[in-house]
Design a protein around this ligand. Structure first.
Ligand SMILES: [Zn+2]
Length: 233
């Protein structure tokens, strides 16, 4: 029995160790169960079936419903003065949509946000536009297809916290030199607003074109021109 104290110590130590293990294990089990519950809830909320292919397209407002839509081709308030879309929904290729979403988050930090004038434009709609205005200075021929027809371009502006557009000097789709990035004979406020839009979009990887302050596109991936037309709810 000389070894009794030593044996007792070993026994006590081993009990302590196993009790810690049990506690840790039970904690882990509880954690896992609660994470699964949260996931189940999320899945249940998203159960409404999508009416488009999410591998091909992302509906922009599904990423952030505070992005304002003012899709002019779904109204008569556009340069052809005719409604071109049966209804206004903003779809983009998933990688492009995520970039626009990030731009909106950057602006949100400044108390601002994005307003969309146009997103993906199906080729059949491009054809309708071309039939009305067969002039390559204003409309890209449907045979060539534009970045909008590929779901990789957006027409947009910045809004303040009240949803009012920042002054950009011209309307969307104003086809004159005043709409060009290179045109500098504008109030300082306008130049600053255009610069903010340009720097924000470039920060998320979208590129400007010289002639339209409202147009940005993603050139990091080659997409097919698409004929898909979204459904109206
Ligand atoms: Zn555009």
């Amino acid at each position: 029995m000389k070894n009794f104290p030593l044996l007792l110590l070993i026994f006590l130590l081993s009990c302590q160790h196993s009790s810690t293990t049990i506690q840790e294990t039970s904690k882990t089990v509880v954690k896992t169960a609660s994470t699964k519950d949260v996931e189940k809830t999320k899945v249940a909320k998203k159960a409404e079936p999508l009416d488009y292919s999410p591998t091909q397209w992302t509906e922009l407002i599904s990423l952030d419903s505070t992005i304002i839509l003012d899709l002019r081709y779904a109204t008569e308030d556009n340069f052809v003065k005719e409604q071109m879309y049966a209804c206004g929904r903003c779809f983009l290729r998933p990688r492009v949509a995520r970039r626009v979403y990030r731009a909106h988050q950057l602006l949100k930090k400044k108390g601002l946000g994005l307003k969309m004038f146009d997103c993906y434009r199906p080729r059949p709609i491009q054809q309708k536009l071309w039939d009305k205005v067969p002039n390559a200075n204003y409309v890209t021929p449907p045979s060539k297809g534009s970045m909008h027809n590929k779901g990789a371009a957006v027409d947009l502006t910045i809004v303040n916290a009240d949803g009012d557009e920042l002054y950009m000097g011209t309307e969307f789709d104003y086809f004159g030199k005043e709409g060009h990035h290179t045109y500098q004979d504008l109030p300082k406020e306008v130049l600053a607003n255009r610069r903010l839009l340009k720097s924000t979009m470039e920060e998320v990887g979208l590129a400007a074109i010289r002639t339209e302050w409202w147009h940005y596109s993603f050139k990091g991936q080659a997409y097919e021109i698409s004929d898909w037309v979204w459904k109206c709810k």
